[in-house]
Design a protein around this ligand. Structure first.
Ligand SMILES: Nc1nc2c(ncn2[C@@H]2O[C@H](COP(=O)(O)OP(=O)(O)OP(=O)(O)O)[C@@H](O)[C@H]2O)c(=O)[nH]1
Ligand SMILES: [Mg+2]
Length: 294
């Protein structure tokens, strides 16, 4: 995992190995800061290990990737998540890893998919990815999962906030957590209304209310994921999504590779010659770039 996170020759070697074994099933959990994502993950993972199966995937172990885009230090993030996922600190069936943004040229967009494949290759049939839904990148990471859970909580404007970040579009299942708070039912109502207005889709996300701190609603969440997985495979959505994910992953690596190459070209005599031609008004940058690429 460290190699996968750190740009260099080892990262390439690891990738060459892990992308040749089948990908694990990935469940993304995202939502606003403090929504209870880690607490929910903790309770959910405990339940899944008892249940032994979710979304058609048999499991005897689970890996959790906690993606922390705000933390510059992986150590701090690990500490925070360890505290909230205490239940599993001694459970050998659960592997928890925090990832911070740093250290990888392509950032999280490259590191997370690679890390998921590493976990799959070493035998985790299921990877749960927790991201804070604060930016485009985090939403994208969550949206690249086989199933994406969007966590909302009671409190003025929360569903609107989620909407702004583009979280609602990626939801396969909604969780309204902290349902022990008084206005949880109005959040459910808001979500139902929004789904009513939504575009016709082959899947209407279900809404599950939970109290993660007391394991309430966790079994229903697992059931909702089963239902989603069945619908996704029947409609071909599961395959479409995996195809799109592979395509996006390749696009990203291409972009990073080309950008890196472009950067290195600055010393190339052909590049220097092109700059001179631009200075002398003999060439346009598009034609120059095209011939440099060739
Ligand atoms: N009342 C109540 N509190 C909850 C519930 N679920 C989580 N919490 C509390 O909410 C706080 C935040 O929980 P976390 O699990 O750390 O939330 P998070 O979404 O992972 O937070 P970040 O990763 O920092 O964005 C903690 O104090 C939890 O104990 C719930 O269902 N009800
Ligand atoms: Mg968390």
């Amino acid at each position: 995992l460290t190699y996968a996170e750190t740009d260099g020759p080892q990262q390439r070697e690891v990738a060459a190995l892990v992308y040749r074994t089948p990908a694990p099933y990935v469940i993304g959990i995202t939502g606003p800061p403090g929504a209870g994502k880690s607490t929910l993950t903790d309770a959910f993972v405990a339940h899944l290990l008892e249940r032994g199966r979710v979304a058609g995937v048999a499991l005897d172990r689970v890996a959790v990737l906690a993606v922390d885009p705000s933390s510059p230090f992986t150590g701090g993030a690990i500490l925070g998540d360890r505290v909230r996922m205490q239940r599993h600190s001694t459970d050998e069936r659960v592997f928890i890893r925090s990832m911070a943004t740093r250290g990888h040229l392509g950032g999280l967009s490259l590191a997370v998919p690679d890390a998921i494949r590493v976990l799959g290759a070493v035998g985790y049939p299921l990877v749960v990815v927790e991201t804070v839904g604060v930016g485009q990148m985090e939403v994208e990471i969550a949206g690249a999962a086989d199933a994406t859970i969007v966590v909302a909580i009671p409190g003025a404007g929360d569903s609107m906030q989620a909407n702004k970040a583009g979280l609602l579009e990626v939801a396969d299942v909604f969780v309204v957590n902290k349902a022990d708070r008084p206005d949880a039912s109005s959040v459910v109502r808001d979500l139902e209304q929004m789904l009513d207005l939504g575009l016709s889709s082959d899947w209407r996300p279900s809404i599950v209310t939970t109290v993660a701190t007391t394991d309430t609603g966790i079994a229903q969440l697992a059931d909702a994921l089963d239902d989603f997985a069945i619908a996704a495979s029947e409609t071909g959505r599961a395959t479409t999504r995996r195809t799109r994910r592979a395509s996006v992953a390749l696009q990203r690596v291409l972009s990073v590779t080309l950008a890196r190459r472009a950067h290195a070209m600055a010393q190339d005599p052909v590049f220097v010659g092109a700059v001179e031609a631009l200075l002398d008004d003999r060439l346009d940058p598009y034609t120059a770039a095209e011939s440099l690429l060739q």
